[in-house]
Ligand binder design. Sequence first.
Ligand SMILES: Nc1nc2c(ncn2[C@@H]2O[C@H](COP(=O)(O)OP(=O)(O)O)[C@@H](O)[C@H]2O)c(=O)[nH]1
Ligand SMILES: [Mg+2]
Length: 350
Amino acid sequence: MAPDLVAVLNPALVRYSITTSHQVSIPHMFGFKKTAAVTAPAPGILDRLRNGLQKTRAVLCTDIEDLFKGKPAIDESVLDEIENRLLLADLGVDATSRIMAALRAEAKRNKLGTAAEVIAVLRQQMLEILLPVQQNIELDASRARPHVILVVGVNGVGKTTTIGKLAAYYRQLGSDVLLAAGDTFRAAAIEQIQVWGRRTGIPVIAQHSGADSAAVIYDALQSARARQAEILIADTAGRLHNKDNLMGELAKIRRTISRFDPELPVEVMLVLDATTGQNALAQAEQFHKLAGVTGITLTKLDGTAKGGVIFALAHKLAIPLRFIGIGEQAEDLRPFAAEPFIEALLDTGA
Ligand SMILES: Nc1nc2c(ncn2[C@@H]2O[C@H](COP(=O)(O)OP(=O)(O)O)[C@@H](O)[C@H]2O)c(=O)[nH]1
Ligand SMILES: [Mg+2]
């Protein structure tokens, strides 16, 4: 893939302001000061998060207390077991090494003697890895409309579902949203996004299956402009078996958007499936190289013990992590916030 393709796919159009505070930042609305920075999510959300992360938590935290078996302080066998668990939860070698180095250093300094002390070190390390990627999408009222979210990723990772959830999320915040059925490769994908459109009351711009994806998105841009919509969320096909075609199509879509209006803010949002563990990391590296990803949504954290891949992604790629998916319902997509995520992951009391 030629470097100029990367340039096409990743022009310097995206200028998000960066949120690295501990706060959950809710995107603010165009034209209005509807910024709602909340310090902690509602209890229902935390419960869902805790439930969703159950399998990964079981791998990381079950019976850490028992590892000490009356030992006065942490020793090599306990450290080895913790290292195993981090690897089993799919944090990957790099993030695991980083955390283990900190744990060993702390053990030297302070003779960690309890599970609570170990978990405190894990929490601190995890926070340091995830906070830098806690950068929610900011809708900038001073920019041209619509804010385009181009959703990319391989088949089955949850793109179309995520689009439905995103539509519901932004709708709930009061935004004017439009959807584009840009996965024209599979008829089922068009129907699926239309079902979400009906469910959320959001218009979907679609053509027949087999239509040119860039043409569908161009239609949708015109429609969005006519309606003064704030956000256009576009689906794309995910057939990775033919990489050149896929990337060629994404490049064409990207050019189409730039031609329509070079000033439009564009998010190239890569959707990754957490159940695929380290494979998700490989997909991210490939897509980022070829398509200039500006944000990631990590889905299916509820169905897997491999949720630790979130740390591998953050540590290795440092791409903003926009949303996480913890179930199939509309409310199971959350803007990513590092602190509640880690609390839910390490909550040994559950
Ligand atoms: N458990 C769970 N399932 C999800 C999540 N996100 C998507 N899915 C499911 O994953 C499957 C594939 O999703 P789809 O949106 O069609 O993937 P696409 O091919 O990338 O568009 C569907 O059965 C979704 O319901 C999630 O966060 N949790
Ligand atoms: Mg789809």
